[in-house]
Design a binder for this molecule. Structure first.
Ligand SMILES: C[S@@+](CC[C@H](N)C(=O)[O-])C[C@H]1O[C@@H](n2cnc3c(N)ncnc32)[C@H](O)[C@@H]1O
Length: 192
């Protein structure tokens, strides 16, 4: 999958021009503080929204075009926003091992080749501080094995993360992008 080509040709059906409604809903009643990494951030709507609540948000993507568009948006007055061009699976990326309080996942896990999901878990573990938290919106209503997006289930996420993370909560949000109603769930885990 050539992600940059998708952005250059505007073939980006995932792009909704606003932060993910389940994240907005979550942050109305919970707070996230410190450094937050958003892997596969695309145009960065979730990054800027997280920063607007006061945290230091770092968006990582391997598509240069996505990040140049992300940087063109006005940054929120609170918190801080940074973007980094990198492959989140690459242990030599220099994103900042052990420096994040949170990783916020939204449509990156389902975008990665399923054969590399263990590498994704290792990357999240490596990037988080000990005790850091993984907050995810899981796009769980996918069934085409020829993705991306590739099929995803909470059961698989739990199985992959459980050797290194303790599950805190798994729930259904009540707000969704139009067309994704009841197709997403959220989970929160802590790096052990
Ligand atoms: C389906 S898009 C979702 C983008 C954004 N999260 C959103 O919801 O608008 C997946 C994104 O992950 C990025 N991506 C895929 N594999 C990646 C990797 N290994 N490292 C960093 N970014 C990656 C792609 O370039 C793309 O922007």
């Amino acid at each position: 999958m050539d992600w940059d080509q998708s952005y250059r040709s505007n073939e980006t059906p995932w792009e909704r021009g606003e932060p993910a409604p389940p994240l907005v809903e979550y942050l109305e009643s919970h707070s996230i503080t410190g450094r937050v990494l958003v892997p596969g951030c695309g145009l960065g709507h979730d990054v800027r929204f997280l920063a607007s609540t006061g945290c230091d948000a770092v968006g990582v993507d391997l598509a240069k075009t996505a990040l140049s568009r992300a940087r063109a948006y006005i940054e929120p007055e609170r918190g801080s926003v940074n973007y980094q061009l990198a492959d989140v699976l690459d242990s030599g990326s220099g994103i900042g091992d052990g420096s994040f309080d949170y990783v916020f996942e939204h449509t990156c896990f389902c975008a990665i080749d399923p054969g590399r999901r263990k590498d994704y878990v290792k990357a999240v573990q490596r990037l988080l501080k000990p005790g850091g938290q993984f907050l995810a919106i899981l796009f769980t209503n996918l069934d085409d094995p020829n993705g991306p997006p590739f099929p995803t289930s909470y059961a698989e996420v739990e199985r992959l993360f459980s050797p290194f993370f303790v599950g805190i909560r798994h729930w259904k949000p009540t707000r969704f992008y139009s067309g994704r109603e009841n197709e997403e769930s959220m989970c929160l885990m802590r790096r052990s």
